[in-house]
Every structure is written in structure tokens, then in C-alpha cells.
Design a protein around this ligand. Sequence first.
Ligand code: ACO
Length: 382
Amino acid sequence: MSGTGLDEYHPGLEGVIANETAIANIEGTDGAGGLEYRGYRIEDLAGRVSYEETAFLLLHGDLPNPGQLAEFDRRLKAARAIPDALLTLFKQIPPHVHPMDVLRTSVSVLAHFDPDVDAAPTDHAANVRKAERLTAQMATAVAYRERVRKGLPLVAPRDDLDHAANFLSMVSGKAPSETMREAFDLSLVLYTEHELNASTFSARVTASTLSDLHSAIVAAVGTLKGPLHGGANEEAWKVLEQVGSPDNAEQWIKDALARKERIMGFGHRVYKHGDPRAAILKRSCAALAKEVGDDRWERIAEPIEREVTAQKHLPPNVDWPSARLYHYMGLDIDLYTPIFAMARVAGWAAHVIEQLDHNRLMRPRARYIGPPLREVQPIGKR
Ligand code: ACO
């Protein structure tokens, strides 16, 4: 097999370089680890740029100047409406269906109504327009479906609110406090992009066949759903609930690890010494817990973090604090992963566009471990 590359097998593709990208760097420029979006450190972006500025950075290559931001903001707001057909579908899908499944369907339906639906998949300008529209529409779709499944009247998008505040207002019916808006916006910024994670990889694989941008995003939403990836923020909340009290943390973690269970919200394929996003978001959790006047979950989270680190040397990832953050905002647990998706869409789209701009079909190989060559027996002899 030598010379074919088939003797090099990397389960889970760990450590394999499958793409070049100018979008995110998770090595850190100095190689010490970290996260950068198009050359900007996440620590420098956090709290200083909005989700809109971050989405512009990813889709257009640099941070916007005031004029570019105003124009981008105008385009996003103009794209917030979703087709009536999708709204009708929301009313027909049974209320128990997971919002992530409805979001996957939504992206597919939105494709049919996109003004650039007939554009060539490699049309860069059309792909950017599709990406901007999807960024606005996915938030609307999540919010509207939430109201529909609860039998509540729809809340229309508000042009006086930014992306973060508008989403929260469409879900809850009232504009969020400034602390809440800031924290939600920050979580979107931190969720927007993360190099070649599983969902982004699946988006790029789909795009590499010269399929269209919406198809690639459908694939990404389906991939994000799993609990080893984006679905972990919903599972992380369940850990907090099950532990239930700071005093239970040590024994609960010990028992779970003895049963060989994974503690959701901990560990990362790449960040072995800590996810920089988790540290940033943890500060917002503390601020929001204070605002809502309930620090119980912060007090439970702390010993869990300590025990998982002590017993298994696993630091928390971004899904660990985000679960608490969204709880403080009054959001239902099964909205946590759809929120991750509606933030990540800008990163996914940037990768799809990068893939299509420099495309090479992604087609890895598998090492065959099945039966050796054998003869087909007539059916009566099998
Ligand atoms: N809890 C308990 N043990 C863990 C955990 C965890 N969260 N994560 C890894 N391990 C253990 C494994 O059981 C294994 O132990 P062993 O060597 O004793 O058998 C060892 O650590 C290595 O695990 P791998 O699965 O090989 O590590 P991998 O790099 O594939 O794991 C992953 C990355 C999938 C994220 C893992 O840490 C995990 O399952 N975490 C929980 C789910 C989660 O939080 N996912 C969100 C990731 S971040 C994101 O998607 C935004």
C-alpha cells in the first residue's frame, strides 16, 4: 500500500490538514493556541465588535468602516422577513419536533425562495448575498417557530434593534436589558466561527461537489445538532440540573466518570489546555446571574469545573458557560443549539464561499477491513 497514502490512517481525521483557510486560526499566530478571526484575536474582538461587525468581517474579509456597517445593517434588516410558506409550515409541524430539526428544514425551504436561487454555485457575489440573507432569516425562523410551537402571537422584527436584541425581543415579546443584549451579542460573536470543526467541514464537503450554498448550510445544521458538537450546550444544562447542588458535584462527577460517561461541555478535539471562548463567556454568566438575582447555577458550575479538571484534566469548552447564559435569558433548553447555528451561519457561509472560490472535490479514502475476495454463490447454496 505504500505510495498510496492508505497506510496513513487518522481516525476521526485527527491532525489531518484538509484545507487552507484565511478565515480562522485556532493555533494562534505565535503557535501557542487561541482563536483568531481573519487575524484578529478573539479576546480583542470580544466586547468591542458586534455580531453584525463579526459577520461582515467573516463574509467580506475585514472589519467594516461606519458606512459599510450601516449599509450591511440595512441589508440584514431588510432580509429579516421569511416567506409565508415557511410560516405556514411552522404551524403544520408538530410542536414536539426539536427546533434544530425545524431549522434544518427552514434553511432548505428558504433556498427555494432566495432571489439568487438560480445563480451558479460558484457565483461569489450571489453567494455573499445568499449568506447575508440567511444570517438574518435563520434568526427570524428560530424566533417565529418558537412562538408558533408555544401558541403565542408572532412578534415582528424591529428595525430599531440590532441582531441580538431583535432576536430576543422576537422570542420573548420584550426588548432585553442592556446586560442581556450585550451578553447575547457576545455569545453570538464567540459562536460565529471556528475553523474546520465538524459542521464547517461537512458544509465544505457539500460545497466541494459544486452544490449550492443553502445545501451546504443544511448539511452543517444537521452536523451541528449532535451532542459531541453543538448539541453539547443543551446537554451541559442537563448536567447542571442533575448535579443540582454544589455539594453533589464531586460525587456526581466521580460516578459519571466511573460509568465512562462524557461530561458534556468539557473537552475539545483541539483545545487541550482550555477553550478561550469559555473563559470569556464565563464572565458574562456571572454578570447575568447577578442581574437576574440568582447565582445558584454559578455556584453549582464552579465545583463541577473544578472536579472535571481535577479528576479528568478536561477544561470547559464554550458550550459549558453558554448553557447557563441562555438559561438566565429565559430561553428554552432546546433553543440553545439553534442559537449556535444562527450565529455560526456566517462562519459556515464564509467557508462555503472560500471553498467554492478555490474548489477541489473533497474525496478522502477509506482503508478496507472487510472480508477478502470471495466468490458469489448461487442463492440456493448460500
Ligand atoms: N467527559 C469525560 N471524558 C472525556 C470527555 C468528556 N467530556 N472528553 C473526552 N474525554 C475522554 C475520553 O473518554 C477519552 O478518555 P480515555 O482516554 O480514558 O478513553 C479521552 O478523554 C480522549 O477522548 P477523545 O474522544 O479521543 O477526544 P476527542 O478529541 O475526540 O474529544 C470531544 C473531543 C468529542 C469534544 C470530547 O471532548 C467530548 O465528547 N466532549 C463532550 C461533548 C462536548 O462538550 N462537545 C462540545 C465540543 S466544543 C463545540 O463543538 C463547540
